[in-house]
Design a binder for this molecule. Structure first.
Ligand code: KG4
Ligand code: ZN
Length: 377
């Protein structure tokens, strides 16, 4: 049942979209305007983190996240409108992440968006959070399709080809933990604090990455899937085997884990680059290789990916950090693109814990791994 009115606007008109996001531990609201020239302007971009609420537990607690989103989302939407100096009547569409993610959290933004859409008589656009990430480089530069994307965060680890808006091919994803989880869980075992990724990177600064021999997961396996559970377990076993570990032991283990994760990401990305070149032999060189997600903040990861990209005829591009991590600007952008195409959703759009961006690729092409089909895909 499609209760939302169809968009009266066309691709050529100016469009203004409010985007809402609450699928993990960031509550966010943003307003984007695309001018008739194609230029996209960010009129408001607000993000409210929840790190302090989750820190005592060493990880994101879904119930705490859902409650915090529910308390903050409507106020944040109002603040975004105020910052943009707009009323709801000046908004052309309301976009919200409708999955994949923690279901209690996803519902907060989606229900708010539905209420606003119904109350103001505006179209609703139910956005796949992964599509938001896939389009995020286009917030800061004119990334032309097709491009290769490595999405690497606490919730996702996947390699995708973005061929056009709505046309994504997933080349591989994690079969167990996300890369960010490997950082976070190892940091937790070592007592380094939350969030673990930045803490582990700091700890690794003076470490010897050659000291501990850690497996580089999936290195020689065909395809582009990832696995980080074995690496996490190996790191824990090394930690448990250390007798009263001191600062140097910690630094050495952190450096060894960081390098193993970076190597795994680079090795799988190299395979994805070969697949990209097979698919688009005539693509301009260097082709764009975009890395997004919180783990993209890691300097070792970035430098290893940049090295691999340069060797394979790609150029590593990382969107500004504020758009690498979860935000609503990317959700508004995805909403804007779909609204411009006249693609809107009914008020019965479901909140989804799982929603692969490219559900069919694993079935269509057995050379492409299936990976985990869920929020951590
Ligand atoms: O994209 P993000 O903010 O949220 C989602 O997971 O969606 O990513 C957070 C993840 C966490 O696992 C965090 O530990 C990791 O990104 N991270 C890092 C660094 N900064 C954030 N991992 C390694 N090194 C970092 N400097
Ligand atoms: Zn995300």
């Amino acid at each position: 049942m499609d209760l939302a009115p169809p968009s009266p606007k066309t691709q050529a008109s100016t469009l203004t979209v409010l985007g809402l996001e609450s699928s993990c531990d960031e509550t966010a609201a943003a307003i984007l305007r695309r001018h008739a020239t194609g230029e996209v302007e960010v009129l408001a971009d607000l993000v409210l983190g929840q790190t302090e609420a989750h820190a005592p537990f060493g990880g994101v607690v879904p119930e705490i996240a859902a409650r915090a989103h529910a308390e903050a989302i409507d106020g944040l939407a109002a603040a975004a409108l105020q910052e943009a100096g707009l009323g709801l009547d000046q908004i052309d569409g309301i976009a919200a992440t409708s999955g994949p993610g923690l279901i209690g959290g996803v519902m907060a933004a989606l229900m708010t968006a539905k209420g606003l859409a119904l109350g103001a008589g505006k179209p609703l656009i139910a956005v796949n959070h992964l599509e938001g990430h896939a389009l995020s480089p286009r917030l800061s530069q004119s990334a032309e399709f097709p491009y290769l994307l490595l999405l690497v965060s606490g919730g996702h680890t996947q390699l995708l080809i973005a061929e056009d808006v709505g046309v994504y091919h997933r080349l591989g994803s994690t079969i167990d933990d996300a890369a960010g989880e490997a950082f976070d869980k190892t940091a937790k075992v070592m007592g380094l604090g939350f969030p673990g990724g930045p803490a582990l990177e700091r700890c690794a600064t003076d470490g010897d990455a050659d000291r501990f021999d850690l497996p580089v997961p999936m290195r020689n396996k065909p395809g582009c899937d990832f696995s980080f559970a074995g690496l996490k377990t190996a790191a824990r076993q090394i930690w448990d085997g250390l007798d009263q570990p001191g600062d140097q032991d910690k630094a050495d283990l952190a450096a060894s884990v960081q390098r193993a994760i970076a190597r795994a990401l680079a090795a799988r990305s190299k395979r994805a680059m070969a697949m990209f070149k097979d698919r688009f032999p005539a693509a301009d060189q260097p082709a764009p290789f975009i890395v997004a997600g919180g783990v993209a903040a890691n300097a070792s990861v970035r430098s290893m990916l940049a090295e691999t990209a340069a060797a394979e005829g790609f150029e590593l591009i990382a969107p500004p950090m504020k758009w690498c991590t979860d935000n609503a600007a990317m959700i508004a952008l995805a909403g804007l693109e779909h609204l411009a195409r006249g693609e809107t959703d009914g008020l019965d759009a479901p909140a989804r814990a799982r929603w692969p961006l490219d559900a069919s690729s694993a079935k269509l092409d057995p050379a492409i791994g299936s990976g985990r089909k869920g929020p951590k895909a």
